[in-house]
Design a protein around this ligand. Structure first.
Ligand SMILES: [Zn+2]
Length: 243
């Protein structure tokens, strides 16, 4: 049976309405750009041994990245925050304690975001990556009230799960394309448990992939990427219940 006129109208309106909703209330997941650029992003640092190792790899390839830092960790390692900022990378906010935001009261959410910003220090930009990717409309509203843009990702390398450099390099290659925002972690993850050299496999994978790209695609900071195209935003967030 042919769909009714009402059904067809509803269906034709759904996509533009969805786009308008995403533009108004969404988080940035990628940038629509014709330029050969993408953004590597690193969460959960700074860490005294693994963050410098990642910075060395980026420096070797002239790649810039964005580090979403945990305020508590930044407060413990201000010298690494200073190195990240001084070497052309962007410093951004991953909250004060890395607690899942949707479970917090509005007051505690605000304290998590603004506390993170203050603990990281003056180099911190008002870009927020919610811990665990947990987010909802109430969190969006708090982030906006705190003057933050919310940045998710278009791809990742499963670097919290995979510990093999070959596998990580393959994951990374699959995530990299023009306009991509790639989620990685510069602090030790589950995949580093039992390892004498945490994040070393990721550093090797990163070194290999950036070397293979040879500058054909350039990794820039998230603010630089935003300036080179149109943000792609969506509201299909992950709540703790769905994670
Ligand atoms: Zn995190």
């Amino acid at each position: 049976m042919a769909p009714s006129l009402t059904h067809r109208i509803r269906r034709s309106l759904r996509r533009p309405l969805r786009r308008a909703w995403d533009r108004a209330f969404g988080a940035t997941v990628a940038i629509d750009t014709a330029q050969p650029v993408f953004a590597l992003t690193f969460d959960d640092g700074p860490h005294p041994s693994t963050t410098p190792m990642i910075l060395d790899v980026l420096e070797r390839h002239g790649a810039r990245a964005t580090f979403f830092m945990i305020g508590e960790a930044a407060r413990s390692h201000p010298e690494i925050v200073a190195r990240v900022a001084a070497t052309g990378h962007a410093v951004a906010n991953h909250t004060l304690h890395h607690r899942s935001l949707p479970g917090l009261s509005g007051c505690d959410r605000r304290a998590a975001i603004m506390g993170g910003l203050e603990a990281i220090g003056p180099s911190a930009q008002r870009l927020l990556r919610p811990p665990y990717g947990h987010f909802d409309l109430a969190c969006w509203w708090t982030a906006r009230r705190c003057g933050h843009d919310v940045v998710f990702w278009s791809g990742h390398a499963f670097d919290w799960r995979d510990a093999d450099a070959d596998q990580l390099a393959a994951n990374l290659r699959a995530a990299i394309r023009p306009g991509a925002i790639v989620l990685l972690h510069d602090a030790p993850q589950h995949s580093d448990e039992g390892s004498s050299s945490p994040r070393a496999a990721l550093a090797r994978a990163l070194d290999r992939v950036l070397g293979d790209l040879g500058g054909a695609l350039q990794s820039v900071t998230v603010p630089e990427l935003v300036d080179l195209g149109r943000p792609v935003r969506h509201t299909r967030w992950v709540s703790p219940d769905a994670a």
